[in-house]
Ligand binder design. Structure first.
Ligand SMILES: [Zn+2]
Length: 196
């Protein structure tokens, strides 16, 4: 079983004519491994929140990118000892690339394809003792700070994504993760319980 903590709750807001955006960053611990999902682009907030966990960038074994948008991926290079995973591959700072088998190595955490918001996109299925199955969704679901976060099934499936690449795929991805999850961690916004 894994333990997890939302280190940075993703946000997206406009202020003084400028957009302020960074993704949700989640720390997962399983079998002695420290895993970061979507490091985001707020360096100060990320480093501060790691420090609060008693961790430094050197302690992270894997960094997972749900997709390549900069608000999720900008800080990926600061974890000197980590390998980086996306929907299909494992990358190292020795410049190697190899396939993964749908799980984060050494764990039971599944990496599933969840297309629609971006050309390449994946989500994580994390089994936990306290929250059951937690899906770290990336931008399959995300909200601006000005939007009400409605979490009934219909609202989740129909929620407008202004940056959608493929609407049909996005709806399929949403249905898939809603079915799997007890709790969902969105790309921007608050973690919520799925109404069954
Ligand atoms: Zn995003």
């Amino acid at each position: 079983m894994a333990e997890f903590k939302v280190l940075v709750e993703g946000y997206a807001r406009k202020e003084d004519g400028c957009s302020y955006v960074s993704s949700t960053t989640t720390l997962i611990k399983e079998n002695g491994l420290n895993i970061i999902v979507d490091p985001g682009m707020n360096r100060e907030l990320l480093l501060e929140s790691l420090q609060k966990e008693g961790l430094s960038t050197k302690d992270i074994n894997y960094v997972i990118l749900t997709h390549y948008h900069i608000d999720h991926s900008a800080l990926v290079g600061i974890f000197e000892n980590a390998e980086i995973l996306d929907d299909g591959e494992i990358y190292s700072f020795k410049s190697t690339i190899k396939n993964h088998d749908g799980k984060i190595p050494g764990t039971d955490i599944e990496i599933i394809g969840s297309l629609g918001h971006a050309m390449f996109h994946c989500s994580l299925i994390v089994k936990t003792e306290d929250y059951g199955t937690v899906v770290i969704a990336g931008d399959v679901l995300w909200w601006r700070e000005t939007e009400e976060q409605k979490t009934d099934k219909k609202s989740l499936i129909e929620h407008k994504d202004p940056f959608v690449k493929n609407e049909e795929q996005l709806i399929e991805s949403r249905k898939k993760i809603i079915d799997l999850a007890d709790y969902i961690i969105p790309g921007h916004g608050k973690m919520f319980k799925v109404e069954k």
